[in-house]
Every structure is written in C-alpha cells, then in structure tokens.
Design a protein around this ligand. Sequence first.
Ligand code: ZN
Length: 84
Amino acid sequence: MPKLPRPFWQVLLIVLGDNQSEKLTCEECTAMMEYLADRAIEGASIDDLKSTANSLFRFCTECKNHYQRHIIELERKVLLRGTP
Ligand SMILES: [Zn+2]
C-alpha cells in the first residue's frame, strides 16, 4: 500500500519537534522550504527562518546542500532590504 502524503501541519510538527525517529521525504522538505519562503515574504525574521530551516536539514543532507545556498541568498536580500 502506498504511503499517503502527510498533511502539511504534520510535517511542520515533525520539523519543529524533537522526534528523531521521524523521516521527511524530499517532497516534504520542498514544501517546508516553500512555507519558509512565504514567511520571509510576510516579513518573518531571517533568524527564525534559519533556525527552522536548520531543524529541517537534520532530516535530509541532500536538501541541506541544495537549499543552504538559497537561504544564504535569501538572507542577503532580506538584509539589503532591511536598510531603507
Ligand atoms: Zn530531501
């Protein structure tokens, strides 16, 4: 039986929690990154986003390598925007 996709709130709970036995799929990593990007657009602090992203990267080294570059870029843009 194929595994059903988890609702996003469940993924969020796994990332924010400390249940080490759970695993995220790369699709769920991507969904989380999209969520973080939305939060960034809404004006969430980059430190908050980075700490959530770091929790996410515990689950998948592949996604860590893939997204870390994007986060650094995002951070630079947010910092540049920070000085009007
Ligand atoms: Zn992944």
